[in-house]
Design a protein around this ligand. Structure first.
Ligand code: BDR
Ligand code: CA
Length: 314
């Protein structure tokens, strides 16, 4: 049976690739809508970028919603230094035909979930968790409707990428992350421990480019741009392709290794704000709330991505 999903994102090149991977997988995924949030770049750009991906994929029928421009409590922190001033530098940005829906993303999430059967919709957040946290806080009755939450955020062994302690998505809205992590629904979490294994090496990007279709070329362009900052920062052979890990897990969970454990988020200390305390060895008595993903078959991941990107025509 197809899994019904809503992707909540802040594109961002890697969010954009997550969207393209979902568009290319209609047999497994029924993409009900895309909700956007302020994160990598301000909200006005994240919803435009999501709609550009719909245009590129020929999916102008996709419903895209704009959500929260600012985190629940803290001021917004953005990441133009990584993603460029457009958020999706590496391709020519244009004004998309895909329309922006009139209702707020949080209202859409609440209305859609309330109207759904129990455990029938999977949420796939790849940005700060502000929209999801706000929806849960405003209408907790949505929770039984959520099948699971498959999110990108946090870190354990890798440490932080935005502060020494914190990964970007969780740092931007730790209060929303705290609400989500304590929501009681099944959560699969892709932190930096796994996403830093999924490297867009020059060779992999060349293979994507060689597919030749316009979506593949756009993907290669975005990944080449993304690469220049991260390879310097991590001294690695390519930039980590964080967000598509969520969609790839939905498509092929066997590519990944995970462990059930408790994950809690720091919301008070300015020094370690947004840190994810992952109880990997079960040394606390805090209850299991997350399937913490820590390993991946990176070659298998890129094979999947290539196979799906090859499906786009021109
Ligand atoms: C996360 O932060 C953003 O820059 C990326 O889009 C990804 O969601 C990685 O820390
Ligand atoms: Ca993101």
């Amino acid at each position: 049976m197809k899994r019904r999903i809503i992707i909540d994102c802040d594109p961002g090149q890697d969010d954009a690739v997550a969207l393209l991977l979902a568009f290319a997988s209609p047999d497994e995924l029924d993409l009900l809508g895309i909700t956007t949030v302020g994160g990598n770049v301000p909200l006005a750009l994240t919803h435009r970028n999501a709609r550009i991906m719909c245009d590129l994929a020929g999916r102008q029928d996709t419903a895209v919603y704009a959500g929260c421009a600012e985190p629940m409590i803290r001021p917004l922190v953005t990441a133009e230094a990584i993603h460029g001033e457009t958020g999706i530098n590496g391709i020519d940005v244009f004004e998309p035909e895909t329309p922006l829906q009139k209702i707020h993303a949080v209202d859409y999430l609440i209305e859609t979930l309330l109207a759904a059967d129990d455990a029938s919709i999977t949420l796939v957040p790849t940005g700060p968790l502000t929209n999801i946290g706000t929806a849960i806080e405003r209408e907790p009755a949505i929770l039984p409707k959520v099948e699971q939450i498959v999110l990108m955020g946090g870190a354990m062994r890798e440490g932080g990428n935005r502060t020494p302690s914190a990964e970007f998505n969780i740092l931007v809205d730790p209060h929303a992350a705290d609400i989500v992590l304590r929501c009681g629904r099944p959560i699969t979490q892709m932190g930096l421990d796994v996403t830093h294994q999924v490297l867009s090496t020059v060779e992999r990007v060349e293979r994507i480019k060689a597919l030749g279709n316009s979506v593949a070329r756009a993907t290669a362009g975005m990944l080449s741009f993304f690469d220049r900052f991260d390879t310097k920062k991590y001294q690695s052979k390519g930039a980590p392709l964080h967000d598509p890990c969520t969609v790839a897990w939905l498509l092929k969970p066997g590519l990944f290794e995970g462990k059930e454990c408790n994950v809690a988020v720091e919301t008070e200390s300015e020094l370690t704000m947004g840190h994810t305390a992952v109880d990997f060895w079960h040394v606390s008595d805090r209850p299991v709330n997350v399937n913490w993903i820590y390993g991946v078959d990176a070659d298998g991941f890129y094979d999947l991505l290539l196979e799906r990107l090859a499906r786009f025509g021109d």
